[in-house]
Design a binder for this molecule. Structure first.
Ligand code: ASP
Length: 439
């Protein structure tokens, strides 16, 4: 059995947290490859090292004196961890290089990546594991896209000869030698890439919560946690706002059928959430989770005999494409079609879209409805259960919520409901209650 373990910033924010991580790694001999994030927040008003690095670099580039103060603050964060762990390690040389590169404008990606780089050195020293710089094994192409093929080739060869190693998360290297990062939270992606290359049995992703919750705890009081979820269900929920794991972290391991276990560094005995390709284990409820987002606009388009006009939909969507606006859902009636778009994205180009539709599709009327929210009710259990949509309708009707839209994909994995922004929280609570509480 071989595992990759990735630790998030809050798991590595202080020496005390590092010790918990050390205990977790030593408790299971199969935890061979470790992917650390940069030190995160120690308390709620604290600043993540990654944010300090961005700030420090901006100030260095702007020639501001503050720069040295921020760099000192970053040094202190690492010094405290090193001292707290009782290590004989100095990062002075590393900081000299960083200082020089900042002044030579090595780029903000380089700057941000140093958080993980330095934490990787500390972690490797603490564990006595080999340190592998991600710049030697994670590659981006000329256009700045992740080069999965080259990375897998080089990284898997490298790991074949290394029994235990620390590989810092979040960054890699471009063909010209420049450092590039993934988007924020990208150490999750590195963990997944390493898991694939090392052909491990499990990718453990350690964070500060005991896995995914059935609903947002800011909306539902003390929601149940999800024990097991499929990649498909997770994709639906994360797309709709449930964030524990970086969206792109799913793809490398999914291809290989490697499960991800989300675990809590502060409560390691908790089971967490297991993310799998498929499972025959019955979900605890018909639905696995509820998530949603506010801030949508519905563009309602009407035209008599629309149903028989071939190409009408294409013309409408062509306008959205030309304006660079992605759409979320397109429920349609006989002579109407509605396009749901993100409000902020749409607002800027609103008039351009309207005139484009008028010109290309010649509708009878277009009307806009703003301030809508979309809620995704997700669950593999829906397929084998009848009456799910009826139950949702019932719950919302009882709470006096008007449903603006309902859309069920043919996979029967999710039902999307459109409501007014102001009904969003109430709707989620009503759905949670009827499916989780009462089932
Ligand atoms: N340290 C980076 C961030 O704050 C990457 C990560 O933590 O995964 O976004």
């Amino acid at each position: 059995m071989k595992k990759v373990v990735k630790f998030g910033g809050s798991s590595l924010a202080s020496a005390e947290q590092f010790k918990k991580v050390g205990d977790i790694i030593h408790a299971d001999d199969s935890r061979k490859y470790v992917v650390p994030s940069a030190p995160g927040k120690r308390f709620s008003e604290d600043t993540k090292v990654t944010d300090l690095l961005y700030k420090c670099y901006d100030e260095a580039v702007a020639g501001q004196k503050e720069y040295e103060k921020v760099l000192e603050e970053i040094k202190m964060r690492y010094k405290e961890i090193i001292a707290g762990l009782g290590l004989k390690l100095s990062l002075d040389k590393e900081f000299e290089v960083i200082n020089e590169k900042f002044l030579n404008r090595a780029g903000s990606d380089y700057a941000a990546s140093r958080g993980e780089y330095l934490n990787g050195i500390v972690m490797a020293n603490y564990l006595g594991y080999e340190f592998i710089d991600a710049a030697k094994v994670i590659f981006f192409d000329e256009d700045g896209n992740f080069d999965a093929e080259k990375t897998d080739r080089v990284l898997s060869r490298k790991l074949e000869g290394v029994e235990r190693a620390v590989i810092p998360g979040f960054y890699g290297v471009c063909p010209n030698g420049a450092i590039k990062t993934f988007s924020r939270g990208g150490s999750d992606v590195t963990g997944s890439i390493v898991a694939k290359a090392a052909k491990v049995d499990l990718y453990e992703n350690w964070t500060d919560v005991s896995g995914f919750l059935t609903a947002d705890p800011r909306i539902v009081n003390n929601p149940e946690s999800i024990k097991i979820i499929t990649y498909k269900e997770l994709r639906e929920l994360s797309y709709m706002g449930a964030t524990v794991l970086h969206e792109d972290a799913i793809f490398p391991v999914r291809q290989e059928g490697i499960p991800i276990n989300i675990k809590n560094t502060n409560a390691p005995e908790d089971e967490g959430t297991l993310i799998v390709g498929d499972t025959c284990r019955k979900p605890s409820h018909t639905i696995t989770g509820i998530a949603g987002k506010k801030g949508f606009t519905a563009v309602n388009i009407e035209k008599d005999m629309m149903n028989s006009e071939i190409g009408f939909g294409r013309k409408v969507l062509q306008v959205f494409e030309d304006c660079g606006i992605s759409f979320e859902h397109i429920p349609s009636g006989i002579d109407t079609m509605t396009v749901f778009v993100h409000q902020t994205e749409f607002e800027e180009k609103e008039q351009k879209v309207l005139s484009g539709i008028n010109r290309l599709a010649k509708p009878d009327a277009i009307d806009l409805e703003a301030d809508l929210a979309l809620i995704a009710v997700v669950g593999r259990g829906m397929k084998s259960n009848h009456g799910t949509a009826a139950k949702i309708f019932e719950a919302l009707a009882k709470s006096d919520i008007n449903i603006k839209m309902i859309d069920q994909g043919s996979s029967e994995l999710n039902i999307i409901i459109g409501v007014r922004n102001e009904d969003f929280e109430k709707a989620i609570r009503a759905i949670y209650e009827i499916f989780v509480f009462e089932e």
